[in-house]
Design a protein around this ligand. Structure first.
Ligand code: ADP
Ligand code: DP6
Ligand code: CO
Length: 325
């Protein structure tokens, strides 16, 4: 009744931003991501007859409050499927990624929990079933089941049965790299969940965002199939800017950016003017991820490290999907 799984984070090139159903975590739009080898979570789940409630340790700290409830409610889903409603678990998780800082810890965290939890209780799920289950913990996590590029199909059905991620291209398809430019690894003030809800409920720009997705998806998929870095990078960068623009239209308005976020974005655009292909994307946090090609790695790292306010630059390749340890 014990299993350990490792899951990597993923960076969305076409963002998931908005839910049509909050309880089931059904998105308003498809999203597309690259799994990263540099950031991951390992989670061990052990179901034990003598426990009267779940216990959750994250980075050796016993967790209570909302993060505990999210884990325990997710385990309820697993207990439900396994028809073992009174079997509680001890969960021990380690994030090799900053938690709740815009580095997608919820993606690697819930992908690892879903995999280890379902295996520990004795379920055998295929990738599609596992992705659909993982979605219920955190939307972005359903893409982390796969290595390389993955697309989360929003689905059409109200019960969410057709909403899960599918593989687009495996880890070794294309050596495209991502530099995570660390400005602040502090916890964000507005979680992804709260931020996207406020945007859906109040931002007049939200409709424009949703309407623009099919075209972006079509373009980026053709860029991936042609291994056209400029095409993939420019679509991803524009999609990120559109997503962040919706938050400025919300009520009350908010932004995940800091002044240094903007400095890094301008630096990346300046690098392109100098002939170095590089594009940025930003999740729900101030830190910037820069897409680049292997031949430019040294220069990219040097340039990014030289920007005032940058505390670290962490380089990632395309990562693998779920593994069991
Ligand atoms: P992030 O940018 O890190 O994904 P989110 O606001 O989306 O930020 O999610 C952060 C939340 O994800 C945490 O507050 C916690 O509830 C959950 N989380 C992070 N890591 C783990 C983990 N290893 N196991 C379970 N839940 C986790
Ligand atoms: C900006 O998956 O963290 O990173 O489903 O509420 O847990 P919940 O939110 P989450 O949102 C991620 C938002 C994003 C874009 C993306 O990863 O697609
Ligand atoms: Co998240």
């Amino acid at each position: 009744m014990k299993a350990t799984a490792k899951a990597h984070t993923n960076i969305a090139l076409i963002k998931y931003w908005g839910k049509r159903d909050e309880a089931l975590i059904l998105p308003t739009n498809n999203s597309l991501s690259l799994t990263l080898d540099g950031f991951y979570t390992t989670t061990t789940v052990e179901f034990r007859e003598e426990l009267t409630q779940d216990i959750f340790y994250l980075n050796d700290e016993c967790i209570s409050g909302i993060p505990y409830t999210r884990v325990s409610q997710f385990l309820d889903l697993i207990r439900d499927i396994a028809k073992k409603p009174n079997l509680f678990a001890q969960v021990k998780s380690t994030n090799h990624v900053p938690t709740a800082a815009g580095f997608a810890s919820s993606a690697s965290g819930f992908a690892a929990l879903a995999s280890a939890g379902s295996q520990a209780i004795g379920l055998t799920l295929n990738d599609q079933e596992l992705s659909r289950l993982t979605r219920r913990g955190s939307g972005s996590a359903c893409r982390s089941i796969y290595g390389g590029f993955a697309e989360w199909d929003k689905g059409e059905k109200e019960d969410g049965s057709d909403s899960f991620a599918v593989p687009i291209a495996p880890q070794d398809y294309w050596d495209i790299r991502v530099a995570a430019v660390v400005l602040h690894a502090d916890m964000k003030k507005v979680s992804s969940r709260v931020g996207m809800k406020r945007t859906v409920d109040t931002s007049p720009f939200f409709k424009g965002w949703v309407d623009s997705i099919p075209q972006d998806l079509k373009q980026i998929k053709s860029g991936i199939s042609e291994r056209d870095f400029e095409k993939v990078g420019s679509v991803a960068e524009a999609n990120c800017l559109k997503m962040h623009a919706t938050t400025l239209g919300a009520n009350p308005p908010f932004t995940y950016w800091h002044d240094t976020t903007f400095t890094v974005m301008q630096h990346v655009q300046m690098l392109r003017k100098k002939g170095i292909p590089a594009y940025f994307t930003i999740d729900a946090g101030p830190n910037v991820k820069v897409l680049y090609l292997p031949e430019n790695e040294e220069q990219i790292k040097q340039e990014l490290e030289s920007i005032p306010g940058v505390t670290d630059v962490i380089l990632s390749k395309s990562g693998q999907g779920i593994t069991y340890i």
